[in-house]
Write a protein that binds this ligand. Structure first.
Ligand code: AMP
Ligand code: MG
Length: 403
């Protein structure tokens, strides 16, 4: 039997960071930048008004209140030829170019709002309410460095400096298929013995949460020919293939039967609970990584967390590969089989300023409702068989956000 760490190391040794690609901004969202991004021009690009108000010369406001004739309007958008002459002012909107001659903007709120002439009750500092060219970003400044994870603000900044495409590590395309002659589409009539396919949905969603572009292919019956065809069809469009079911020692465990013949696939027992049987290897001309995950719904998801998610993060060029971990206090005792690493479904909460965890489910790997109530997985190491109430336990924090 392999340890979890050994199996993960073998997986991470095999999968490669994806080659960079130039993508449009919205496709680049969530990806990792592979270039330094320099601003070709300053931001702001020109001196402009931070407020709706009046562009003035501060020297004209030595006595307050002051009444100044308004010689025109400047709105955001068109460049204005207006000039603020001594003793006069120009009405100005937020973002509009500062007219020549002005050295401050008086906010509308400090005035009577007049359009022909305006009464001004307060004097701004010189430069008041003016956004200076280049005060956000200087021309030539590197605003985003290679390795940056592109979230909303970073995508906005790229657009602000005029970039419509970025060189990034693309999202891995993950194809998910589930196997089992018992499976039907959710909502279809359940003949006796049949169950709804949940794994392909859960695993596709998990791959998306990990940052991948994931496609659910759906179900393949336990028929070696149908499975071979499905795998061959899907390999061409996948950077990673994930299957569920059919990897144990049962008579109809066709995934193991079919995939064992392909590429470098091997099926190993990994010392973990849930999730012991694990298939992994590369298949096809592109050496596409293939994960053959066990069929029990909780085993499939926990295996995904332990092996597939870190692999996808590596392909994305993202760090860290693993979910955040915290140390928490067990509210109730935990037990774990000797020699195996247990991943226990728990509720992680903060109590008196410290993390505490409570089990939310039995250990049966078919108990999906408990998995759905859990927000974390407590990890009990191989050499620990019992954690007493009050004892410390390491916890993998599951976030449910899309990325
Ligand atoms: P297997 O690994 O194929 O022997 O499946 C183990 C258990 O998981 C069986 O009870 C299957 O019915 C169940 N199972 C397998 N695939 C799925 C799936 N896609 N959705 C829900 N349950 C599944
Ligand atoms: Mg099966």
């Amino acid at each position: 039997m392999r340890t979890v760490a050994e199996h993960l190391a073998a997986v991470l040794d095999t999968v490669q960071v994806l080659s960079p690609l130039e993508l449009g901004l919205m496709d680049a969202h969530g990806c990792v930048l592979v270039e330094d991004l320099a601003a070709p021009a300053p931001l702001p690009g020109f001196d402009n008004s931070a407020m709706d108000g009046y562009a003035v010369r501060v020297a004209d406001l030595s006595e307050l209140p002051a009444v100044l004739p308004v010689t025109g309007d400047v709105a955001a958008g068109p460049a204005s030829a207006l000039r603020v002459q001594a003793g006069l002012c120009v009405r100005i909107m937020t973002g509009a170019m500062l007219p020549a001659g002005a050295d401050a903007v008086v906010p509308l709120e400090w005035t009577d709002g007049g359009t022909a002439q305006v009464r001004i009750d307060r004097r701004p500092e010189p430069g008041g309410s003016i956004r200076r060219a280049g005060e956000d970003v200087a021309a030539g400044e590197v605003v985003l460095t290679a390795g940056t994870h592109l979230g909303a603000a970073q995508i906005g900044l790229a657009a602000a400096v005029g970039r419509s495409r970025l060189r990034v590590r693309p999202r891995p395309r993950v194809v998910v298929l589930s196997t089992g002659s018992e499976l039907v589409e959710p909502g279809e009539r359940l003949a006796p013995g049949r169950i709804a396919d949940s794994n392909s949905f859960a695993l596709t969603a998990a791959a998306r949460e990990a940052g991948a572009l994931a496609f659910r292919v759906g179900m393949v019956p336990d028929d070696p020919r149908r499975l071979s065809e499905a795998i061959e069809d899907q390999l061409v469009r996948a950077d990673v293939l994930v299957t569920s079911g059919g990897v144990s020692v049962g008579a109809y465990d066709v995934v193991k039967e079919v995939l064992s013949q392909l590429g470098t696939m091997s099926f190993d027992k990994v010392a973990m609970q849930p999730g012991m049987p694990q298939g992994f290897g590369t298949v096809g001309p592109e050496l596409t990584p293939v994960f053959g995950l066990p069929g029990n719904p909780v085993s499939a998801l926990v295996s995904f967390e332990a092996f597939v998610r870190p692999a996808l993060r590596k392909m994305l060029g993202a760090v860290p590969l693993e979910r955040p971990r915290v140390t928490a206090r067990a509210v109730e005792p935990f037990t774990s089989p000797p020699g195996k690493r247990s991943f226990l479904r728990v509720l992680l909460e903060v109590y008196d300023g410290a993390y505490v965890v409570t089990p939310v489910s039995g250990s049966g790997s078919h108990l999906l409702a408990g998995m759905a109530r859990a927000n974390a997985l407590a990890i009990v190491p191989e050499d620990v068989e019992r954690v007493e109430a009050g004892g410390a336990v390491e916890v993998l924090v599951l976030e449910r956000r899309a990325r």
